[in-house]
Design a binder for this molecule. Sequence first.
Ligand code: SF4
Ligand code: SF4
Length: 104
Amino acid sequence: MSKKGEILKDNLVLRVRKDLCLGCGLCAESCPRQAISLKSGQAQIDQNRCNHCGLCVDACPQGAIAELRPVSRRELQATVTGLKDRTQNIIARIDKLKWQQQRI
Ligand code: SF4
Ligand code: SF4
């Protein structure tokens, strides 16, 4: 959630969480760029109109408007490598525990 009046960073993209949106329209009313419309009872954001002011994030009582940061390929690769290393460590610890149990 943005702090009141905070301008969101330009590289952020706002998305409406369909599982939380109730279609109340408060976000659309708060938008100075008319970037939000209601379709099939849910809010939709026109990214071409949005100026990242963050007012809709503050207006939503459901916390349904999420700020997404695009992830670069490099960041994604670093995350995958980190997860792989952690998984290998866990497997090594499990193997060690099994080996210790066999010796008891
Ligand atoms: S304010 Fe929140 S709950 Fe209401 S329409 Fe907008 S996103 Fe949906
Ligand atoms: S961030 Fe501002 S301009 Fe963009 S959809 Fe929300 S209220 Fe409208």
